[in-house]
Design a protein around this ligand. Sequence first.
Ligand SMILES: [Zn+2]
Length: 83
Amino acid sequence: MSRREPRLCHETDVQLPAFVAGEFDDAARAAIEEHLAYCSGCQFKWRANELVWRCLAQCDDVEPPSQLRRRVLEAIEALKELR
Ligand SMILES: [Zn+2]
């Protein structure tokens, strides 16, 4: 019988955005949920990630400013001239 190494907080932290987005399979999700069950620090970050995800889901699509494309292309051309 082997005891599993406790999941590290920094490992959980970087995976929380994908976790709340539902991008993990059952095994990966279970591993994160196991850590969240006992780590209050990661629970706090998880709830913050969920809040951000819910806010993003409620956002309407935003039309970019009409001049944005031209300004980006001009900036790219300016960078090319510097080379
Ligand atoms: Zn943790």
